[in-house]
Design a protein around this ligand. Structure first.
Ligand code: CP
Ligand code: NVA
Length: 298
């Protein structure tokens, strides 16, 4: 059954309560199982979805484009430098105008505030496809993957080691909504604000102890390039590696949102090993986002 979030924006994941999140994940699983038979085809019939990417993307851009097409809609990829935005038109006016043509706007931006301004001005649903602060579409796929591998999300211990960034924040927000425990291990200065994670520690081993999932992301996110060296030094003790897997639960899975830098934030053994759920996680972006678009787009 489709989930009804018609007309709403999806900017941080805080828009979803637990029942709605579970229903979205159920629907994503249905769309995944029925993909070959065309499940969801026609849900976006006659609708156009703008895919506005101001920053690079492999998974998000391609999975949204394929997803919109599979739902019978028309995906419209746009880049910042080809719009008048690049010549000073405001993000608000861009949103007002796009709303007259398209039925939803998916945006990846270097500024979370710009995405909020776009959403305020636009009359159509706006979906955050990554800002420096949040990556909620990623967290939907993360939770879908954990549910597939481990069953119920309730009470799962998810250890996130490394930079307390957009991916960590969205995982903490939606993980908490799902009833999971998200423990973040990061050095001082790289942690999430208080109140999002179940626990934050400077000790990656303590976070990994008994964990059902070990998760990491890059140490140098888009926009952090100038701090690259300082970040690599500070985050070096927080690598997702075999030593952490040794203290995790026997059933523990490895997650990474990708792109990865094997040998840096994650060892090749963890990324490509038998406990890795990373490739399913990447695939699940498609199914989770199809369920989301079906729910949001009137
Ligand atoms: N995980 C993720 O969002 O990947 P892309 O940057 O390739 O979209
Ligand atoms: N934290 C990373 C995620 C990339 C998908 C970044 O923002 O660059």
């Amino acid at each position: 059954m489709a989930v009804d979030l018609q007309g709403k924006d999806f900017l941080t994941g805080e828009e979803l309560d637990r029942a709605t999140l579970e229903a979205l994940l159920d629907r994503a699983a249905e769309l995944k199982a029925g993909r070959a038979e065309g499940a969801g085809a026609g849900a976006l019939g006659g609708r156009t979805v703008a895919l506005f990417f101001e920053r690079p993307s492999t998974r998000t851009r391609v999975s949204f484009q394929v997803g919109v097409s599979e739902l019978g809609g028309n995906p419209l990829p746009l880049r910042g430098d080809e719009l008048q935005l690049g010549r000073g038109e405001s993000i608000g006016d861009t949103g007002r105008v796009l709303s007259r043509y398209v039925h939803a706007i998916v945006i990846r931006s270097g500024s979370h505030e710009s995405v909020e301004l776009l959403a305020e001005a636009a009359d159509v649903p706006v979906v955050n496809a990554l800002t420096p602060a949040h990556h909620p579409c990623q967290a939907l796929a993360d939770l879908l993957t954990l549910r597939e591998r481990l069953g119920s999300l309730e009470g799962l211990r998810i250890a996130y080691v490394g930079d307390g960034n957009n991916v960590a924040r969205s995982l903490a927000i939606l993980g908490r909504t799902a009833g999971a425990e998200v423990v973040v291990a990061a050095p001082e200065g790289y942690r999430l604000e208080d109140g999002l994670a179940s626990e934050q520690t400077g000790d990656p081993r303590a976070a990994a102890e008994g964990a059902d999932a070990l998760y990491t992301d890059v140490w140098v996110s888009m926009g952090d390039e100038e701090e690259a060296q300082a970040r690599r030094e500070a985050l070096a003790p927080y690598q997702l590696n075999e030593a952490l897997l040794d203290v995790a639960s026997e059933r523990a899975v490895v997650l990474h949102c990708l792109p990865a830098h094997p040998g840096e934030e994650i060892t090749p053994g963890a990324l490509y090993g038998e406990r890795s759920a990373v490739w399913d996680q990447a695939e699940n972006r498609l199914h989770a986002q199809k369920a989301l678009l079906e729910a949001l787009v009137p």
